[in-house]
Design a protein around this ligand. Structure first.
Ligand code: ATP
Ligand code: MG
Length: 573
């Protein structure tokens, strides 16, 4: 591509709306433009990067035996009612109505559509296993679309769905996808981890997320410093170590009520009593489809809502709004505690280990001191309810866990028969018995992967694309357009690079060298080749690797060193 002909509107200024580095750089490098909240156009450079990721995905999916299809984006409501997700998926689902007043949605995911397709196509075990995938635009009406392509409302996803005869076979399909994902993200040049994850709105029993490590990531990953245990903190567990607890002093029969004006936070209460937060407890009221419930965790820990939901066996769950705590339960927010409450208590497993504790008195302005589990309150519902943190013990080997931030770029799920049951997708087994198809589903955010690659690969001058996904592998800068020799040489090298299938941007613009250098750096081209009159006289082409800013000189009359340099760059990532 000739720079002079390319629509590559690079920006000098940092756009104010962009909070994270990848979003800023994608706008500045002229890769994307915003149309509306969470809805973006891909300009030529952005689309080239996206297509490179798609190509790697296609190659690895095909190699793993999956077949590409293209399913409709618009999906009838009836299918979503059949799976019971029409209501469950909530406000993220973009619902639309046609001229006949029939309801549809714009697909946020395609379990329903693919299961419907397959229930009409697959009759016999002989047609299995089957894995179909597509690369397509999804829509999810995210509450907080942000960070450009990272959390869009409209975005491009690769989604795949596998169908098998039983759990064991489905396990093999899952493993094949896990391996394919590992190859895909490795080939994209990313530093990532496959971590155990929660199944969320997609459902199913088992899942792994592929997380690109980056400080700006919205996800937190717990991983063991010794073994290979790694899990999203939403799901991560830790080893529980029981300690000997000092029993209450028999001379003191009951807790002491203490006036604690303006002590509505754990920090304020701990400061008031001169203790650390772990000598207090947090009491949080949740509402779920099963009713109200008070959850008790140590004062220095964060409650993990997913663990609470699992422990209760609830379909949905949310923290009860403070106004409703007061109005409907008559309890004072900021002074809650587990003593004498009429709703069920769900207690974190560490609470009985705390010994003497301080908690709210359920009376505005008062706390209780000298409270003991067992003597003053108890519950039969005890579970692991807290978010793990750095320094907790690995559930597998007992070593220390560390927490890193990351970006979820892929997610694979064992669905089991969740959708085949709802949509009655069956096949006949070898004995002629009708059985439910066992499914898996596998997603990759294509745009998010490009954004994540930038989060991991940039410097103060711009993007440093990994070679495999770089829109252009080579930037050829002609610094003396007026020199016929220089221009003729550049034109012939430009032609040769194209002939060899090496994606190249030839900067033939009538601009100062500084402008050309800046743009080549900003758009992240891995190798920059520069030629001007001086170099031409000396018989050298100046080569500069974007990563590490390594310069070297290549001979003008022999291109072999250039091809080996490019091969080296391709192999490095
Ligand atoms: P998240 O927790 O980030 O919302 P998710 O668990 O809802 O993701 P999945 O349903 O597993 O996502 O979708 C598969 C993949 O699609 C994700 O791993 C992610 O890469 C991508 N993806 C999901 N939501 C978005 C979005 N709003 N914008 C861009 N990519 C997305
Ligand atoms: Mg989501």
């Amino acid at each position: 591509m000739r720079f002079s002909r390319m629509h590559l509107p690079t920006l000098k200024e940092v756009p104010s709306e962009a909070e994270v580095i990848s979003h800023r750089l994608m706008l500045r490098a002229g890769m994307i433009r915003r149309l509306a909240a969470g809805i973006y156009s891909y300009l030529p450079l952005g689309l080239l990067a996206l297509r490179n990721v798609e190509e790697i995905i296609r190659q690895e999916m095909n190699r793993a035996g999956a077949q590409e299809v293209l399913l409709p984006a618009v999906q009838p409501a009836e299918l979503w009612q059949e799976s019971e997700r029409w209501d469950f998926y909530g406000k993220e689902l973009l619902r639309i109505r046609d001229r006949h007043q029939r309801d549809y949605c714009f697909g946020p995911t395609h379990e329903e559509v693919i299961t419907d397709l397959i229930r009409h196509e697959v009759r016999s075990y002989r047609q299995l296993p089957l894995n179909l995938y597509q690369i397509q635009t999804k829509f999810r009406d995210e509450i907080r679309p942000r960070f450009g392509l990272m959390r869009g409302r409209e975005f491009i996803m690769k989604d795949a769905y596998s169908f098998d005869v039983d759990d064991a076979a489905a396990g093999l399909s899952y493993q094949a996808m896990r391996d394919a994902y590992t190859r895909i993200f490795s080939r994209c040049g990313l530093n990532f981890r496959a971590v155990e994850a929660d199944s969320g709105a997609i459902g199913g029993s088992f899942s792994h997320e592929f997380v690109v490590l980056a400080d700006s990531g919205e996800d937190a990953v717990a991983s063991c410093q010794s073994c290979d245990y790694a899990a999203n903190v939403e799901k991560a567990e830790s080893q529980f170590i029981a300690v000997r607890v000092t029993p209450p002093d028999p001379a003191v029969a009951a807790p002491l009520e203490v006036a604690t004006p303006d002590c509505e936070s754990i920090e304020a209460v701990a400061a008031f009593f001169g203790v650390t937060p772990d000598a207090t407890i947090k009491s949080i009221i949740f509402e779920s489809d099963l009713g109200f419930c008070m959850v008790i965790v140590p004062g220095d820990r964060e409650v993990n809502e997913i663990k609470v939901k699992t422990a209760l066996g609830a379909e949905w769950l949310e923290i009860l709004a403070p106004a409703r705590v007061a109005d409907e339960l008559g309890l004072p927010v900021g002074y809650l505690g587990p003593l004498n409450v009429s709703i069920p208590l769900l207690v974190d497993r560490q609470v009985p280990q705390l010994g003497e504790i301080i908690c709210g008195a359920n009376r505005a302005g008062f706390h209780l001191q000298g409270v003991y589990w067992g003597r003053d309150f108890r519950s039969s519902q005890i579970a692991d309810l807290v978010q793990v943190r750095a320094g907790d013990f690995c559930p597998r080997c007992g070593s220390l866990l560390q927490i890193d931030r990351g970006i979820e770029v892929g997610h694979i799920f064992k669905l089991g028969t969740k959708y085949s049951e709802k949509l009655k997708a069956t096949f006949l087994d070898q004995e002629g018995q009708e059985r439910l198809l066992v499914m898996g589903c596998y997603g990759i955010g294509v745009g998010r992967t490009v954004a994540a690659a930038i989060e991991q690969n940039y410097d103060e001058n711009g993007i440093c694309f990994p070679y495999a996904i770089a829109p252009f592998k080579v930037a050829l800068l002609n610094l003396d357009l007026k020199s016929e020799e220089v221009t003729a040489y550049c034109e012939s090298l430009y032609l040769e690079l194209q002939n060899r299938g090496i994606s190249v941007i030839y900067d033939d613009r009538n601009e100062r060298p500084g402008v050309k250098f800046k743009d080549a750096d900003l758009i992240g081209v891995p190798l920059r080749l520069t030629l001007g009159r001086k170099g031409y006289k000396r018989g050298v082409l100046e080569a500069r690797r974007r990563r590490g800013s390594i310069n070297e000189e290549l001979p003008l009359d022999d291109w072999a060193p250039l091809w080996s340099l490019l091969a080296e760059l391709a192999a490095d990532d």
